[in-house]
Design a protein around this ligand. Structure first.
Ligand code: XMP
Length: 517
């Protein structure tokens, strides 16, 4: 394992991802972890991340010298580089000359070692105020920049390396090469952590954890629960029962994806609770967004618990016991909740449509170590169809919060048809990967006048809400090509009788949220 020590900027997770892209397993640890603890975990290498501080700031996190004396290869990045220089007796100075953004870095000799295979002058992305002005003893200065007399150094003897720039960001085009040089030549690691090896490891771990007991897994139609279930299914076969609560608020074809395609791909035992009527009647007459969420969340939990009771009774009749609940917790949630062993701490509104937290099970969380893109790769490796593994985020309360007005069967049908057209055309245009998600919202409370053929219409508008985003916390509206927008608009107004107007939402987040409710 390569440990990435997080100095509190946003970069640590990104570094871990880049290491994994180099097919070496890595984890993030907080900078408060003492060097002795890092060493006792016997990492194959350590990377010190960037951070917001200056090594001279009050209370600036440092790095204990013993970390560099344990024979573990270490790469310092930006703040980590300066902390390393500082700890080993180099000179870090407040030059007052900030470098921020794209910065040229010049190799002092023919690029070798950490810089092997990179250009003599390379573009990097920098963000620093202090600079290393003298390398510690034993280090060779490999590169300089205008404001950094030491922009990169290496001590091949002790396997200690550092760069002032951020090799993990895409704005440092040769950064991945630098990281790989550190991993492969510096630390002598091999690119062995592959999707296949993740599956093998997890299957063995799940078998060991679950033994002869039984497990259940709720399927939401999303990527994470599908991949978690598929992994557990591969490990323990029919000891797993999957539960799908069909609340009738899914988009076109999604229930079938779970009931037909997921089962076909995995052979999983699936219990479907058809609860469409229950949700419709609970939502009758309700238009307030928060009330909708509450009702959907509450009914979901009730429906899940009923299904669960059935499964427990069946198992009991056969003399078996259901002890485990499978959850699709991902690594970013684990890191953000402090890396503890407990359930991930997910933002409260994201729990709507989630499971109750007092279920009396032990958790199986086979995706706890994985980033989203890795989960998708594992899903593909397990044979799940692309429609499932490439699925864009979709809220738990589903179309229920994309109908402005009352959630009725009629409104759901209208929205489902319009949404299916929009998604089909987006996919056809090849732009799926440019768009984080594209809600289609039905303004069921609004009507506008239109004209079709010889007649006047008085129909509903729909809103297209394509957004680009990294993490849904902020977002910008996607600049989709006019031709694509025109096609979507023409098709929706032609094919969905009740819709006579298609509008585009051009609001970023903030101030708008991604969803309309
Ligand atoms: P907003 O609308 O807050 O959405 O910008 C941010 C992200 O969260 C999704 N979302 C939800 N997901 N239950 C969920 O599971 C919810 O109640 C919910 N509301 C919003 C939304 O689709 C977007 O990806």
């Amino acid at each position: 394992t390569v440990l990435v020590v997080d100095y509190g900027a946003q970069y640590a997770q990104l570094i871990a991802r880049r290491v994994r892209e180099a097919r070496v397993y890595s984890e993030v640890v907080p900078h408060t972890l003492p060097a002795a603890d890092i060493i006792s975990r016997r990492p194959a290498a350590v990377i010190l991340s960037g951070g917001p501080s200056s090594v001279y700031a009050d209370g600036a996190p440092g790095v204990e010298k013993e970390l560099f004396e344990a024979g573990i290869p270490v790469l310092g990045i930006c703040y980590g580089f300066q902390a390393m220089a500082h700890a080993l007796g180099g000179e870090v100075t407040r030059t007052g000359q900030r470098e921020y953004g794209k910065t040229e870095v010049r190799a002092t000799t023919a690029p070798h070692g950490l810089l092997d295979g990179t250009d003599r002058v390379q573009t990097t992305w920098m963000s620093h105020g202090d600079a290393v002005t003298a390398a510690p003893e034993g280090f060779e200065v490999l590169a300089v920049s205008e404001a950094a007399p030491v922009a990169c150094f290496a001590d091949e003897e002790r396997k200690l390396y550092g760069v002032q720039w951020h090799p993990e960001v895409k704005h440092s085009p040769q950064g991945q090469r630098v990281i790989e040089n550190f991993l492969y030549s510096g630390a002598g690691l091999n690119p062995e952590w592959t999707t296949g090896s993740i599956v093998e490891e997890q299957v063995a771990a799940i078998r060991e954890q679950v033994g002869d007991a039984q497990a259940i897994c709720g399927l939401s139609g999303g990527v994470d629960s599908a991949v978690a279930a598929a992994l557990v299914q591969k490990a323990i076969g029919d000891q797993l029962t999957c539960v799908f609560v069909d609340h009738g608020l899914m988009r076109e074809g999604e229930a079938e994806q779970v009931e037909r395609d997921f089962v076909a791909a995995t052979g999983a035992k699936l219990h479907v609770a058809d609860e469409k009527k229950r949700f419709l009647s609970a939502l009758q007459g309700v238009t307030d967004p928060e009330e909708k969420r509450k009702i959907i969340g509450r009914e979901f939990i009730r429906a899940f618990e009923e299904a669960e009771r059935n499964i427990l009774e069946e198992a009991q009749a056969e003399g078996a016991s259901v002890e485990f609940l499978v959850q699709g917790t991902l690594y970013p949630d684990v890191v953000e909740s402090g890396g503890g062993e407990g359930a991930a701490n997910i933002k409260s509104h994201h729990n709507v449509g989630g499971l109750p937290d007092d279920l009396d099970f032990r958790l199986v969380e086979p995706l706890r170590a994985l980033f989203k893109d890795e989960v998708r790769a594992v899903g593909a490796e397990l044979g799940l169809p692309a429609e499932i593994v490439q699925r864009q985020p979709f809220p738990g309360p589903g179309l229920g919060i994309r109908i402005i007005g009352e959630v009725t069967e009629r409104n759901l049908d209208i929205l489902r048809t319009a949404d299916a057209i929009a998604r089909e055309e987006l996919t056809r245009s090849g732009l799926d990967s440019e768009v984080w998600q594209m809600p289609v919202v039905l303004l069921a409370d609004v009507r506008s006048v239109g004209v079709q053929g010889d007649g006047r219409t008085y129909g509903h508008p729909v809103v297209l809400r394509p957004v680009s985003s990294e993490d849904a916390m902020t977002a910008d509206w996607s600049r989709l090509p006019y031709d694509l927008l025109a096609t979507i608009s023409n098709r929706i107004t032609n094919e969905v009788e009740e819709v006579n107007r298609v509008t585009l939402d051009v609001t970023s987040k903030p101030p708008g949220t991604i969803e309309w409710e």
